[in-house]
Design a protein around this ligand. Sequence first.
Ligand code: ADP
Ligand code: MG
Length: 440
Amino acid sequence: MKDRILQEIKARVNRKSWELWFSSFDVKSIENNKVIFSVGNLFIKEWLEKKYHSVLIKAVKSILGNDASYELTFESFEPHVSYSEPLVKRKAVLLTPLNPDYTFENFVVGPGNSFAYHAALEVAKQPGRYNPLFIYGGVGLGKTHLLQSIGNYVVQNEPNLRVMYITSEKFLNDLVDSMKEGKLTEFREKYRRKVDILLIDDIQFLVGKTGVQTELFHTFNELYDSGKQIVICSDREPHMLKEFQDRLISRFQMGLVAKLEPPDEETRKNIAKKMLEIENGELPEEVLNFVAENVDDNLRRLKGAIIKLLVYKETTGKEINLREAVSLLRDFIKPREMKILDPMDELLDILSRIMGIPKEEILSSSRNVKAITARRVGMYVAKTYLKNSLRSIAEKFNRSHPVVADSVKRVKNSLLKGNRQLKSIIDEVVGELSRRALNG
Ligand code: ADP
Ligand code: MG
């Protein structure tokens, strides 16, 4: 039965794909009409789920009937080889400098970039196997970081390989210079013969530049035919490279194509932490969270925001609080569609969320401690930060004028006496208010 299933799958894919994707693939068991396949590599598992689902389900159903299903499980069967370190460690030849911070260790993995990350890692571990790798995604989503991670990894682990990282712009300039100086032969020698791994960044720069595309096409073919790894980054997917030669686009689509998606909030927070760690800096948790939640998707700007705060902290010599962070980062905050509410309504909304009680309770005559605190903090913030008149506050909070005046005074006094709990509630409320005002 196992063999029949495997045969059925094999019949449905071409030979090259079979060798590439199914070499560590097996039927582990069949339980209640469900086939459990084992795969020896997480990245391949992800790829099979994405690209071979219909092949797998059809094969399974054709053998076991229409209600059959399948599941892929990861099972490592990597051989345990032990080898001793050479006495003198050779270093791979690096033909262009790489940023040493751009490593796989420093790359935070989340749902939007996991596939691209694993694809890049596999390429680094087995250059030439998945060829070419084409990574695309918007500005600041980590393309260059991943591309250079491949380079750094190979330099560390494969002393015999020659790695070249280059932007397509540099490739173009180099070509133009070589032609001017009559050194086309040297140019070709350099890019086609003296490289084992070619990492080309920002290929979209060559849109509409036909001459250099032709040169690139031949470079590509020569490297590809001799089994050399090519990795390409682009801000758009291959077929969106308008005015690119079709033959080049189809080369780009021959191997793996991986997309980088904007990170979700959780991942952004982890990236922010990682960036802080790399900069050797520290920021209060709430400030870091604010940055991760509010700076737009471009991670370069996230990094810029963090560095700005660290520089400010260093020059002033004191810790940054949320309010300062909000005003320092005005230019970094992503615009968000939000209906502009009356600031007083925003305030009530924030109080209700922070104190964990409904707005109605804040406005009622409840003597619940949280309600009392929310009410007083609300009046205080409305007076001192939103600069509302006592009369309008009294109206909003359903209280008399003297009660409002008294509440504001009580909060002031508590703060003067150093009530830190109260202070932190107010800071949070004010921070959130400024944030919303900025985004509104
Ligand atoms: P792109 O080339 O796509 O425009 P970069 O690779 O230059 O983007 O990334 C922008 C910044 O964000 C860099 O500082 C990079 O180190 C950082 N970065 C991007 N993605 C990640 C990630 N997943 N984990 C950690 N840092 C990241
Ligand atoms: Mg880049």
